[in-house]
Design a protein around this ligand. Structure first.
Ligand code: ATP
Ligand code: MG
Length: 276
């Protein structure tokens, strides 16, 4: 075997490779450390945009907090970081002397979002793969969540680069997949469930949102059955969501009941996954 000599390009390349590996290792360790005091990390995910991921993430987080859990919500939907708006967070997170970021708190939930770092809300950021990776890594390394029972993560939709990057940088315990009663939505949802499975991650179950509207209901439960997954429940389409002053579970006891049922089934799934 020939060893690369100092000064030759091969040696420089080898050194650069080792440095990159070291950095990556350090990043992974920092992230693991930053997330070490969080008991359960749950991703909320869908095959399609606009099915209510952010709504489900926010209301699930607030429901868990209402039940006495210590909860954080992390918005890594870099293209559309809407959690800040949905949670009515007015204050940006604060930074500590040792360069940690303390999440803002609202409705009993700690909130961190890529949206905090956007100059203005209307601006679209075009993220390329490596930028997504770096930004998410940075956010994960720097956030000081403290002790949490649950971290709910709002993911970008679909099977493109962004959700994939998030899933690879952040080890989640499981996913809540959101779908709608439309038959066609099942195709996208299946694709996204298969992506999660390909990454060897687990799906806690399926939620059918916007249930009972013109498309009726049932596709979510069918999907869960077809994919061998737990059905976590139906969240009905309601006018209550038009009031955006607070997460809807705080305005409607019927909606809170729906989310409490979903939360309980998700807990059961987590327990079953841990037992396996
Ligand atoms: N159960 C429901 N009943 C009525 N309206 C709802 C319900 N769930 C969500 N909505 C509304 O649907 C719209 C889209 O929801 P939301 O932003 O949560 O979707 P999303 O999947 O996060 O979208 P994106 O892919 O753009 O991030 C919002 O205006 C929200 O208030
Ligand atoms: Mg969203």
């Amino acid at each position: 075997m020939t060893h690369p000599q100092p000064g030759n390009p091969q040696a420089a390349q080898a050194r650069a490779k080792i440095e990159a590996m070291k950095r990556q290792f350090e990043q992974k360790r920092n992230i693991a450390e930053a997330l070490s005091r969080i008991t359960h990390k749950i991703g909320v995910y869908s095959g399609k945009g606009g099915v209510g991921k952010t709504t489900v993430a926010v209301n699930l987080a607030v429901t868990l907090a209402q039940e006495g859990e210590r909860v954080g919500i992390l918005d890594v939907d870099i293209d559309c970081p809407n959690v800040v708006r949905a949670m009515k967070v007015a204050r940006r997170p604060t930074a500590t002397d040792d360069r940690k970021i303390i999440p803002s708190e609202q409705f009993g939930v700690k909130v961190m979002s890529m949206g905090f770092f956007q100059e203005n809300e209307d601006e679209a950021i075009i993220w390329r793969g490596p930028m997504v990776h770096n930004a998410i890594n940075q956010l994960l390394q720097s956030t000081d969540w403290g002790e949490l029972d649950y971290l709910i993560v709002d993911l970008p939709p679909g099977t493109s680069d962004s959700p994939l990057t998030v899933m690879q940088s952040l080890e989640l315990d499981g996913f809540v997949v959101v779908t709608t009663p439309q038959e066609l939505a099942k195709v996208d949802a299946k694709r996204s469930i298969n992506m999660i499975r390909k990454l060897n991650l687990s799906v806690l179950g399926v939620v059918e949102n916007l249930s009972g509207g013109v498309f009726g209901s049932g596709a979510g439960e069918d999907l869960a059955g077809e994919m061998g997954l737990k059905f976590l429940g139906r969240i009905e389409l309601r006018g209550d969501y038009r009031d955006t002053s607070r997460p809807t579970v705080l305005n409607s006891s019927a909606v809170l009941e729906e989310y409490s049922a979903v939360a309980q089934k998700a807990r059961d799934s987590l327990a079953a996954a841990a037992a396996r």
